[in-house]
Ligand binder design. Sequence first.
Ligand code: DX5
Ligand code: ZN
Length: 223
Amino acid sequence: MALLAPSILSADFTNIQDAVRIAEDAGADIIHVDIMDGHFVPGLTFGPQLVSAIKEKTSLPVDVHLMVDNPAVLSPLFIDAGADWISIHVEASIHLQRDIQIIKDKGLKAGVALNPATPIHTLQNILHDLDYVLLMTVNPGWGGQTFIESSHRKISHLRSWIKGQKLDTLIEIDGGVETVNMDQLLLDGTDVFVAGSSIYKSDDPAGTIAQMKAILSRGKEKE
Ligand code: DX5
Ligand code: ZN
């Protein structure tokens, strides 16, 4: 079944513990943590200390999305902090194979993230090494943006490519995910749904997570 990864970027920063607890209690599968460095994207968010603190409060895997210019320097800090999954941006990494290997060597799941305008063929020589591909479906930097509709085509192309290669690489989708577009995203071939504002800015975050999980399990029945 596809997985749900609430992004704490849209949670109340003075109460991250509560956001993580709500996610876990409501049945979320992964906690998505967005790291922004003020260079690769304009925003500045969290450091490795927050990842260690979250790890102490949850048994869910922590998925670190590095929106940073120098992933080779920063990823080891997040590995040491206890991250379970780490993705780095293809646009930011000069030595992508080496940067991915550093993550894999430590036994974590390694992913490459692509901005909306970055073609999937940039993964030609690295796809076989990846546990997952994170397709940005908004331009990275903020929560609460509108889903870019042309992403549907990109996701299905990537899904066909992965299938054709007989790989089990997961496709993670990040940006503008809401209950109303999840059915189509499932049909496109999404495995991991990141959702920030649609969960934490809703009146009932736990209820929204439960609704999203129900959509994912209905998708499973249709397979
Ligand atoms: C955006 C981040 C996302 C963000 C998504 O740069 O990578 O993970 O939290 O937020 P929503 O779900 O609100 O689009
Ligand atoms: Zn993200």
